[in-house]
Structures are given as C-alpha cells and as structure tokens.
Design a binder for this molecule. Structure first.
Ligand code: ASP
Length: 358
C-alpha cells in the first residue's frame, strides 16, 4: 500500500477523506474509560498507517483531511465542502473509489446528503463512496475503527459487478446504503447500522442488493449542492406532552424556511400546533411531518388530513428529512431561476417516495 504522497495522485488510487469523529478520537485513559475521549484528534493518514500491514497488496491510497471534528458539530458549510470534494473526485478518472471516515453522530445526515447530491453520479461512473466511523476512540483497547476502515477499503476496491457504484455506509462488518444509516443507539458498536437494511460486507446478500438497485433506479437526478451560505434554514421540532403553540410562532417570527415536525407515533402532532402550523404554511414556510419514534413510515393524511402543502416524510426520520427538505427547497429555488416552475414539494416527494429495502 502507498498513501498520501502528492505524486500518487497522478496514478489510479482510492481517495480516503478524513472528517474526524470517534474513529479519529483519543481517550485520556483508554484502559479505564474508553468513552471519556475527544473526537477528531488523529489525522486520516495516521489511521491508514495503523492498518497498512493488513491492506490488500497493490492498492494505492491517497488521503485528504477535509475536517477533523466531532460530528455533532457538523455544519452546512462542511457538507458543501465535502460534497464538492466528492463530486470532483468522482469525476477524476484516477479516483477508483472514495472512503470517508466520519463521526457517527451525524453520519446519517452526511449519508443522505451525499446520496441526494452525488448518488446518480457515483452510479453512472460505477464508483463507490463508502462512509465509515467507529464507536470507540482510536487508542481504546478494542478500537473498532481499524476493522471498519479496512472493511470500507476492501469493499470500495472489490470488483464492481459484485455491487454497483453508489453511496454506502460500513460499520461492524455490515454495509448499507448511506441513506439508510441511522444511529439509534448511544454506544453499541453497530449503532449507526443496527436497524438499517444491510448486508454482510464479506458476502453480499442478493435480496439486499436488489433493494439497492431498485432505489438507484428510482433516484435518477442528483440535486444541486447549496453554496455554503445559501442553505435554507430548517429546524426540527418534536411534538411531546405539554407542547405549546408558542414553539411554532417563535419559529415563524424567526423567518425559517422550513420546519420538520418529529411527531409522536405515526407522525401526529399535538393539537395546539394545528392553528400556528396553518399560519406557518400560509406564510410560505415549508412543512414536513415525520415521526419521533425513529423507525417506520409516516404516511400522507394519516393520522389526520395534512394541512395545505405539508408533506409526510415517508421512511425518513427527522434528521434525514431535514437535509432532504433543505436540498428540496434549494433545488426548487434554482429551478425557478432557470424558469422551471417546480416547488420544493416536487423535489421532496421524489425523495420520500423512494422504495424501501425490505
Ligand atoms: N461524537 C462522535 C462524533 O460523531 C461520535 C462518533 O464518532 O461515534 O464525532
């Protein structure tokens, strides 16, 4: 294996992008308490050096540090930067595939962002982009980062007819579509992939693969990447016992572009929100309704008829629905600038209606 030398960028290679996270984290007393650590401390080149001896021979790896953060602090600016780096790397004939090391807290947001902005591009070019991370810091005795990174590199570099180009995630020996990543456990080693439709990285399951292909066939046009300062402002509001109308009126006054409601159960929200939400909608605020349960579907007009313009999020949980709504609002604005009378609903419906892998 060779890594990180500028001259290698001129030979066919796999690009490994570092974003930070626990995979790049360091604990002060790793033997005593590996969960007491700081994320984003170690460079991606060092992460590769650690697994050098286990890598398949003949691979050329080039690494690039895009950021080194705790992903709970992920910003829209960084998503723009990452999206642009991924797009131009995909376009390079010298880049055979891309691995991204990332914090797991917001892996699902980056996963859906890359799927919606680069997924078709990756499929058409027959290249895989694989997100991975870790639940234990790099110096923990049983750190999971090295095996996750190895799995991602092996998967990105295996023959393409086994699995098509696209945006994927790998954790704890399993792979899934990046848009199916969903961290629903605080600390389990498979937390970001636990409840996601996934397949063993070693032996790809045909029924999972046919689900992947169905989604890829339905997602035919990537959405534009917002510039760093042009991301629409969208907040997530959770419905709960004792919810107040003022929560909605507060955000109307703040001039948000959109609200994602994380409703209870099947996606209903507290009755006190009904009138202020109608007001939000009449003021042009985009409304999407999802469920705070974290899994299952949210259907249009269930449990009650939706207010004018409000869309159900389908299988998207609130954090993913938020990114999807931001990209849909931005895509509609761009379309309108070129004279196409499309709405955010036109774009969002395409995302929420994507088939599910069962
Ligand atoms: N807080 C960490 C992060 O998202 C957690 C992790 O990487 O697992 O950066």
């Amino acid at each position: 294996m060779s890594t990180n030398s500028n001259s290698l960028e001129n030979t066919p290679h796999i690009l490994v992008l570092g974003m930070g996270g626990t995979i790049a984290g360091l604990a002060s007393k790793p033997e005593d308490n590996p969960l007491d650590y700081r994320a984003g401390q170690v460079g991606v080149d060092s992460l590769l050096t650690h697994i050098e001896s286990a890598l398949p021979s003949g691979l050329t790896l080039v690494s690039k540090q895009v950021a080194n953060i705790n992903s709970r602090n992920l910003s829209e600016e960084l998503l723009t930067e990452l999206g642009n780096v991924v797009r131009s790397a995909l376009a390079s004939p010298l880049v055979m595939g891309i691995v991204i090391t990332h914090g797991t807290d917001t892996l699902e947001e980056t996963g859906i962002f890359l799927q919606l902005t680069c997924g078709t591009h990756a499929l058409d070019l027959g290249k895989r982009v694989i997100l991975t991370g870790a639940m234990l810091p790099s110096n923990a005795p049983r750190a999971d980062g090295p095996s996750n990174l190895l799995d991602a590199i092996r998967w990105v570099s295996t023959p393409i007819d086994n699995c098509p180009g696209g945006i994927y995630g790998v954790m704890a020996g399993r792979g899934c579509l990046a848009m199916d990543l969903a961290k629903r456990h605080t600390s389990a080693l498979n937390a970001p992939i636990k409840d996601s439709p996934s397949s063993s990285v070693g032996l790809i399951n045909p029924s999972w693969l046919s689900g992947v292909k169905a989604i890829q066939a339905a997602w035919t046009e990537d959405l534009p990447i917002p510039q760093a300062d042009t991301w629409p402002w969208v907040e997530i509001l959770t419905s709960h016992a004792g919810a107040r109308a003022q929560t909605i009126t507060h955000w109307i006054k703040a001039n948000v572009d959109g609200l994602v409601l994380a409703g209870s159960g099947i996606g209903g929200f507290h009755d006190v929100w009904r009138t202020p939400l109608d007001e939000a909608s009449s003021k042009g605020i985009a409304l999407v309704r999802s469920s705070r349960t974290g899994s299952g579907l949210t259907y249009q007009d269930i449990p009650e008829k939706d207010g004018v313009g409000c869309l159900a999020a389908g299988s998207l949980a609130a954090p993913k629905a938020r990114i999807a709504l931001q990209l849909a609002i931005y895509a509609a604005k761009q379309a309108n600038l070129t004279g196409k009378p499309l709405t955010w609903q036109d774009f969002f419906a395409r995302i929420a209606d994507l088939p599910e892998i069962r």
